[in-house]
Structures are given as C-alpha cells and as structure tokens.
Design a protein around this ligand. Structure first.
Ligand code: 5AD
Ligand code: SF4
Length: 416
C-alpha cells in the first residue's frame, strides 16, 4: 500500500507554488495524495509567518488536525517552521519534522524518514532544484527565491534567505514541460521578480518574459511580486510589445505617506510610485493595477493615513489588499513603538477597504459591453487578462479568447 499524503497550504502564492513542487517530488517517490486530511497517513502543513494572525491560525489548525487524525504523521514546512525550529517539537510532540522553505527539495527524504518513525529538522541548507511535473491550465513557476530588501516590517528576508535566481534554462525547461502536459498559462513567481538576472546569459526579467512567450502552448504569462524600486523601462515596454503578457501588474505600495514609506525602508516616494503607474498605463492602457497597503504602521498619523487614501484614489486601483500592521520580532520596526491603537487600525482598515471596493466595482462596471480576453482554468470559470474573475456558462477548462461581458456580480464579470 502506498502512503497517502495531504498538504495544507497557508499564506502567499510562493507557498502555493512550493506545495505544488513538494507534491511533484513526492509523487515521483511513489507517494499518493488524498483529498481529505482525515484519509491521510502523512499530513504536511506549509505555513506562513508574515503576520501574527496567520501564524496563530495555522497553529490552531495544526492542533485540530492532529486531534482529528490520531494515527497520522505530521510535517511542518514553510516560514513558521524556520522561525521556531526545533522548539516546535516541544509544543507539538507528534511533529515528525520541521522544514525551512529553503529545504523544499529535501521533502522526499524527510517524508520517508518520518514514515519510518524517524524525526528530522531541516532548517539551514537547501537549494532550488528541478522537478518535472504535470500541470493544470495555469501553473506557478518559481524564478527567484528569498529577498534582500529588508522592508522594516517584514520577516520574509529572515525566513526565506538571500535573493537567488534560478537559471533561465531551468525555468524555461519547467515551463516547456508544463506546456507539453497541457498548461496554457504560467505565473512566474518570486518575492521580487523584477530584479531577476540569469547568471549564464546576463539576461534580465524582460528577456526571460520574451523567451517564455516563444514556448508553444503557453498562451499567457503572469508574474508576482514586483517591487516599485525595480520596475525598469524595459519591463514597462514589454507590456506593449509582448502580446502574451497578461495586462495586470500587482505592485505593492504599502503607504501613500513619504515619511511612512521612509520608515518602512521602501526606497521610493509616493510621487515616484504614481509616475510608474502613469508610464505603465501609457504603455498598456488596458492594464489592471493592484496593490498591497499596510495600515497602522508605527507613527502613522491621521494625515499619513489620509495620504494613503489619496494615493489609492489617484492611482484608481483595480484592487487593494489591506493589512493591519503586525509587529514581528526580529524586524527593524519591532523596536519602533506600535503606537496606533488597534481600534484605530481597524477603522483605517475598513476605510481603505471601502474605498478599494468602490474603485474595484467602478473598474469592473467599465467592462460591461466590452470583450475581455479570458482563459478558463475550470469549466465556466476563468480569469481575464486583467485578472478579473469571469463566469461564462458552458465554457470549458482550457478555452481561451475574447468573451463579451454582459454584467457584473460582486467582483465578478459575467460573460454572455
Ligand atoms: N504587518 C502587516 N502586513 C505585512 N505585510 C508584510 N509584513 C507585514 C506586517 N508585519 C504585508 C505587506 C506585503 C504583504 C504580502 O503582506 O503588505 O506586501
Ligand atoms: Fe518583505 Fe519587502 Fe521583501 Fe516584500 S520586498 S518580501 S515586503 S522585505
């Protein structure tokens, strides 16, 4: 009998991609996957530590999963495993292994060790490898790991190590493998994709996008996440010249106040940011722009927050993810006084979300009567080039092309 595994993923798309890689490696080793955690003999939690709330939610889910499945073995992978390391064996005696994100490619050996009754802590080493995997309609391909930016609030640089770039050859071979198995869209992933460099050719991120666009079967390319300080003129031009590049950019701004941006160590001002958006819209007028914002950063005054609302309004975003500041031990801002009261953080959160919603709906209503180029990842459900969710009755997974939008329901576009 083959061991059945269940992987539960928390947090960002990077974790989702890592879970996909773990699955590929484990399938190669002959493991099987179950749909439900209760049926699994080995349960892997791929964890997130970006905010306090994410971490606590993961811990309570882990405790619950252990209670529900008293026979199964457990592995904790991801950022929280790296953060607390072997300490976690005391808190969760049933844990078989803790595994840092950088150790992703050791999952096969670790799973075998845990299933034969052993215990493993893989927290320091590891490097990104290659896994040939079959894909669905849209698949993540990691191009870069780690982060060197040290935004003052963020734990990621401490948990995911220094910035490293995968060789373009490996990335393109993985994309070709996926395309051959039926994948139509690839999403290039990294903490900071714009600073990508291929050591062998010296090519930059725009070169990688141009090469990926030549792969047969790949109809659309997306990427995440970008840092405003690294957006190059070449990348902006790529939106105009590369028809396979989806017309969407997620560009986290974090705040509209220059003094808060400085304290966050973001290395740009609100004016620089708005200028980038202007150039992007000149290059690709139909581009959708989304962002991340943190409210209640230490020292954020009413006037700082008003500047964030102003920036959101002038940027006319298609979507804004808003987060309440969460102090993380080990980061530079942890030593700044967390002086915005939680009540105030909550108020700012709802004000920013309300504005974001108003803008997002207005943008979507503008699509009524227009044709939106859509790739259907599942029957009836797809995403437009702008990354809006699109519903079309009768569409089949893998369908790609323009669909006429007849209505908007919530944040979704409904096609004829
Ligand atoms: N508190 C609140 N939000 C945070 N983010 C990162 N670190 C923190 C923190 N300590 C947000 C940023 C980032 C997104 C992925 O998470 O907005 O872009
Ligand atoms: Fe964190 Fe900043 Fe790196 Fe993004 S760029 S992962 S927010 S340190």
């Amino acid at each position: 009998m083959k061991t059945k595994i269940y992987i539960r993923t928390f947090g960002c798309q990077m974790n989702a991609a890592d879970s996909g890689v773990m699955r590929g490696i484990l399938e190669d080793r002959g493991f099987e996957f179950s749909e439900k955690p209760e049926d699994a003999e080995l349960v892997i939690f791929n964890s997130c530590s970006v905010r306090d709330h994410a971490e606590n939610r993961m811990f309570s889910n882990l405790g619950l999963a252990m209670k529900k499945n008293p026979e199964a073995a457990f592995i904790l992978a991801g950022c929280t495993a790296k953060r607390y390391g072997e300490e976690l064996f005391k808190r969760f005696p049933r844990l078989g292994a803790v595994m840092a994100p950088s150790e992703l490619f050791s999952i096969g050996d670790i799973a075998e060790k845990v299933m034969s009754g052993g215990r493993a802590a893989a927290l320091e080493g590891g490097s990104y490898g290659f896994v040939s995997r079959r894909g669905g309609v849209s698949e993540f391909v990691v191009i870069q790991t780690g982060c060197d930016n040290y935004c003052s609030y963020c734990v990621v640089p401490f948990l995911r190590d220094a910035e490293r770039y995968r060789p373009a050859e490996d990335i393109l071979r993985e994309a070709e493998c996926l395309a051959a198995s039926g994948t139509n869209e690839i999403v290039f992933l990294g903490q900071n994709v714009n600073s990508y460099r291929d050591e062998k050719t010296g090519g930059d991120f725009s070169d990688l996008l141009a090469r990926a666009a030549k792969i047969d079967g790949i109809r659309r390319i997306r990427f995440l996440t970008s840092h405003p300080k690294d957006i190059s003129g070449r990348l902006i031009a790529e939106f105009a010249s590369n028809p396979k590049l989806a017309r969407h950019l997620h560009l986290p701004v974090q705040s509209g106040s220059d003094s808060v941006l400085k304290a966050m160590n973001r290395k740009y001002g609100s004016g620089d940011y708005l200028k980038i958006l202007e150039k992007l819209r000149e290059s690709a007028p139909d581009i959708a722009l989304t962002t991340d914002v943190i409210v209640g950063f230490p020292g954020e005054t009413d006037s700082d927050f008003a500047q964030t609302l102003n920036l959101i309004r002038s940027a006319a975003f298609d979507g804004v993810y808003v987060f309440k500041y969460s102090p993380r031990e080990g980061t530079a801002s942890f030593s700044m006084k967390d002086d915005v009261r939680d009540e105030q953080k909550k108020e700012r959160l709802s004000a920013a979300l309300a504005l974001a919603k108003e803008l997002a709906l207005k943008k979507r209503e503008g699509w009524i009567g227009q044709k939106a180029e859509t790739l259907f990842e599942n029957d009836d459900v797809g995403h437009s080039s702008q990354n809006y969710l699109v519903f079309k009755k009768g569409a089949k997974a893998g369908d790609f092309g323009g669909v006429r939008i007849k209505a908007v329901s919530g944040f979704r576009l409904i096609a004829e």
